[in-house]
Write a protein that binds this ligand. Structure first.
Ligand SMILES: [Zn+2]
Ligand SMILES: [Zn+2]
Length: 244
């Protein structure tokens, strides 16, 4: 504790976004705080989409219309912030700009979700990159997030980056329609045979930086369920709003 305080005097904490000095580690300054929109209740308990008002879905849960009509292949998902311009800038720096030091801050933020599924997970799996892309980028931002996240949550699922593999390289999802995104990632993932038994009846948290249409995360969840995973939970820093 003492060394921590001393360090704060020597190296004062900085806003994770703009670098202005702030009071505590992993914080945003007042200006950046206003630009980042944290997702608060009510939100869809299935996919994490923020809602204007609480609705009653299956089993008295709050659910969005989309999940009500087309239940996703995962059980529950949470995201911390809305993927607006400010969040996009911050995450792009983390993803492509070598700002890997942001991972512990994001992990500390995600912990504040305190989603009840944190307790139900046996494994924590980052959304994998294809190895050719990993060579290009040099790191998988989802894996960095997972490694940082595992340090901060209380019950420790096993960090299992090899249990899900991207078996083919997919083109960027950037300018695709929802339909094209689903086709693009269809059958792109596989659970290697040696792990299939270990996943039977287990709970998994899938972690990624952003959920846009959810096509990639849904495909990962589907792949995990196919080998007998009991529960699949989704956790991302940010999510786009459906219909935007
Ligand atoms: Zn700032
Ligand atoms: Zn939903």
């Amino acid at each position: 504790m003492f060394t921590h305080k001393l360090l704060n005097i020597l190296i004062p904490p900085r806003c994770v976004n703009c670098g202005d000095s702030v009071d505590i580690d992993h914080a945003l300054c007042a200006v950046c705080w206003k630009e980042i929109t944290f997702i608060t209740e009510p939100f869809c308990e299935t996919c994490g989409q923020p809602l204007e008002y609480a609705t009653s879905g299956k089993g008295n849960t709050t659910q969005c219309m989309v999940c009500h009509q087309y239940p996703p292949p995962y059980d529950r998902g949470r995201s911390l912030v809305i993927y607006n311009d400010a969040a996009k800038k911050l995450i792009l720096r983390f993803k492509h700009g070598d700002s890997t030091h942001l991972a512990p801050s994001f992990a500390a933020w995600m912990k504040t979700c305190e989603a009840d599924f944190f307790k139900e997970a046996d494994y924590l799996i980052p959304v994998p990159l294809h190895w050719t892309r990993l060579l290009q980028r040099r790191y998988n931002q989802a894996a960095l997030l997972a490694m940082a996240f595992i340090k901060v949550i209380e019950n420790k699922p096993v960090y299992a980056p090899f249990m899900l593999r991207r078996k083919r390289r997919t083109v960027s999802q950037g300018h695709k329609t929802i339909q094209q995104r689903h086709e693009n990632v269809s059958q792109a993932f596989v659970v290697p045979t040696c792990y299939q038994n270990r996943l039977k009846d287990k709970g998994v948290i899938l972690i990624d930086d952003v959920m846009t249409t959810g096509a990639t995360l849904q495909e990962c969840a589907r792949t995990l369920k196919q080998v007998g995973c009991k529960k699949v939970f989704i956790l991302t820093i940010a999510r786009a709003l459906k219909g935007h």
